[in-house]
Design a protein. Structure first.
Length: 128
C-alpha cells in the first residue's frame, strides 16, 4: 500500500518534473516565460484595456479626454463651458450622465458610453 502510494507520488513528481524540465529545456524558455508573461501582462493589460481602451474608460480618463477642454482641469469651467460645481452639487450622477450623453443647450452630446457617462459623473463629484 505504502509503496504503491510512494510510487504513484514519485511518478507524479517525476512526471511533473519531467514536463517542466522538458518544456524548460526546449520550447519553454520562450514559450513558458512568454506564456506566463503574456497571460500576466494580458491580464493586467486586459483589465486596464477593458477600463481604458477596450470598452469603457474610467471617469478620470473620460473627464481628461472629453470634458476637460471646456470644463477645465478642476471642473471650474473655461470660456467654452461653465463651472461644474453647481451641477456636481445639485445633479444626480444620472442627470450629469444624461448631459454627457445627450448634450444640453449649447453643449453637444459627447461620444461616451452610458457607463463612461456615469463614471465621469461620479468623478466630477469628487472634484469639489
Ligand atoms: C465643447 C465644449 C464642451 C465639452 C467638451 C463638454 N461640455 Fe459640458 N457644457 C458645455 C457648455 C457650453 C455648457 C453650457 C450649456 C448651456 O447651458 O447651454 C455645458 C454644460 C454642462 C453641464 C450642465 C448642464 C446643465 O444642465 O446646465 C454639465 C453637467 C456638463 N456640461 C457636463 C459635461 C461633461 C460630463 C462633459 C464630458 C463628458 C462635458 N460637459 C463636455 C460645453 C462642453
Amino acid at each position: 500500500m505504502r509503496t504503491t502510494v510512494m510510487l504513484a507520488a514519485l511518478a507524479l513528481i517525476m512526471g511533473c518534473g519531467g514536463d517542466k524540465g522538458d518544456s524548460g529545456d526546449t520550447s519553454a524558455p520562450t514559450s513558458t516565460a512568454g506564456t506566463a508573461g503574456a497571460s500576466g501582462t494580458a491580464g493586467a493589460t486586459g483589465t486596464a484595456g477593458t477600463a481604458t481602451g477596450g470598452t469603457e474608460r474610467d471617469g478620470m480618463t473620460v473627464y481628461s479626454e472629453v470634458c476637460i477642454a471646456c470644463h477645465g482641469v478642476d471642473g471650474r469651467g473655461s470660456a467654452a463651458g461653465p463651472d461644474l460645481e453647481p451641477f456636481a452639487a445639485s445633479y444626480t450622477d444620472e442627470q450629469i450622465a444624461d448631459v454627457a450623453l445627450n448634450g444640453f443647450g449649447n453643449m453637444d452630446p459627447m461620444s461616451v458610453t452610458e457607463g463612461e457617462a456615469l463614471a465621469v459623473a461620479a468623478y466630477i463629484k469628487t472634484l469639489f
